[in-house]
Design a protein around this ligand. Structure first.
Ligand SMILES: C[S@@+](CC[C@H](N)C(=O)[O-])C[C@H]1O[C@@H](n2cnc3c(N)ncnc32)[C@H](O)[C@@H]1O
Length: 376
């Protein structure tokens, strides 16, 4: 059972959970920027049939509070979609319409509520598209914790939507309000392409994708470690990002199936593009799923799971998502299957993996990272 916490809002008391679900949750499903936004809205008269576009509501707290209105959630996160549904349902409220970040919202919205994303590439991508959707500048309300609003964020507003001013802080959060009506600018292609001649890989990276300017050092070491693995039949690229690990696996073992999983829709779209760009056979058995770890997977067990796990969730640093991925891997590996993980040495993943699986070997290492192979 997910752990619930009480969020007292001007739109009613809510019982909210956050994802990934874990025992003894220490984080809340909302922050002070959500509270500020809701109190600001409540001080205005809102018509009952108002249409809200809510962007980056990471755990569904805004969508649940405002569910009496006509809400659409736009986000680059399966967690955001799942949480909004769960929290609305749990509070007997109507779930929002959901638009993944790969699609662009259309139509007229009375209010746009914009929780600022951590990724600068996602900020630019979203602001450029939102510029065409703003009706009145005062109906666009940005919000973030004050420490996450710097000169570059303010400049991005000026460059891609309209000059904007942060409000005074309330509980260390600020709102951001537009100072004039947006002038829509040309929308840039959000794809960045990098080539890795040493691995014969071309990688297209959409906005918000991990390490989109260059190959991550940990991913590089994991690619190296893959040369030591036995030939699998069913491979999972868990937390796939641009899909480089799964693409490399599909090329190395052409008869194996490869399933790509990530929370980010833009990452899944990048992986899809990279399967095509790297000449994987058109009849190869390849699948893609946006999910919170493997929480909705009930298919065949895997022989090999490749994973470079995230070490933060938005601005919260920690290994809690990695731990959920390891537990999900135990559930979805065949009895002789192996989990191959790369991580920073200091994170001590080998201790957790040994406890969960019984065996954990180091198969590759450098001064900063280790590649671990866990098996029963
Ligand atoms: C360190 S990156 C690794 C990306 C890629 N495999 C690589 O090696 O470059 C971690 C990835 O985990 C994804 N992620 C974060 N939380 C997740 C979750 N709860 N479920 C699935 N994927 C998640 C992020 O979107 C990101 O793409």
């Amino acid at each position: 059972m997910p752990q619930l916490a009480l969020f007292d809002t001007p739109f009613g008391e809510l019982q909210l959970s956050r994802r990934p679900h874990r025992e003894r949750e220490t984080l809340q499903a909302w922050d002070a920027a959500d509270e500020y936004l809701l109190h600001h809205l409540a001080s205005n008269e809102i018509a009952a049939d108002s249409r809200f576009l809510i962007v980056n509501d990471s755990q569904g707290s805004l969508c649940t509070a405002l569910a009496a209105y006509n809400c659409t959630l736009w986000a680059d996160s399966a967690i955001a979609q799942l949480s909004a549904n769960e929290n609305c349902t749990g509070n007997h409220r109507k779930a929002p319409e959901f638009i993944p970040a790969t699609d662009i919202p259309q139509g007229a919205f009375d209010y746009i509520l914009y929780k600022l994303p951590k990724s600068r590439s996602l900020l630019k991508y979203q602001l450029q598209h939102l510029a065409a959707l703003v009706s009145l500048p005062e109906r666009f309300i940005g919000a973030a914790m004050a420490r996450h609003i710097d000169q570059n964020v303010v400049a991005a507003f000026s460059d891609y939507i309209a000059p904007a001013r942060p409000s005074l802080a309330r509980k260390k959060a600020r709102l951001i309000q537009l100072q004039s009506a947006p002038q829509s600018t040309a929308i840039d292609d959000d794809i960045k392409t990098i080539t890795l001649p040493e691995h014969d890989l071309t990688l297209h990276n959409r906005a918000n994708v991990f390490s989109r300017d260059k190959l991550d050092r940990g991913s590089r070491l994991l690619l190296q470690g893959m040369d030591k693995l036995l030939h699998p039949q069913r491979v999972l690229d868990l937390a796939c990002g641009n899909g480089l690990l799964g693409v490399y696996a599909a090329r190395k073992w052409p008869d194996a199936s490869v399933h790509f999983f990530d929370d980010s829709f833009l990452a899944i779209d990048s992986a899809r593009k990279n399967v095509v760009a790297n000449s994987i056979a058109a009849d190869a058995n390849i699948r893609f799923s946006a999910d919170d770890c493997l929480s909705n997977y009930d298919g065949e067990a895997f022989d090999l799971i490749l994973c470079n796990p995230p070490f933060h969730q938005d601005h919260h640093v920690g290994d809690h998502i990695a731990q959920t991925m390891f537990r999900d891997s135990v559930k979805h590996l065949a009895p002789t299957g192996r989990l191959c993980v790369v991580g920073n040495r200091h994170l001590g993943y080998h201790v957790v993996l040994k406890k969960l699986f019984g065996h954990c070997d180091i198969i590759e290492s450098d001064s900063k990272f280790v590649v671990l192979l866990a098996y029963r």
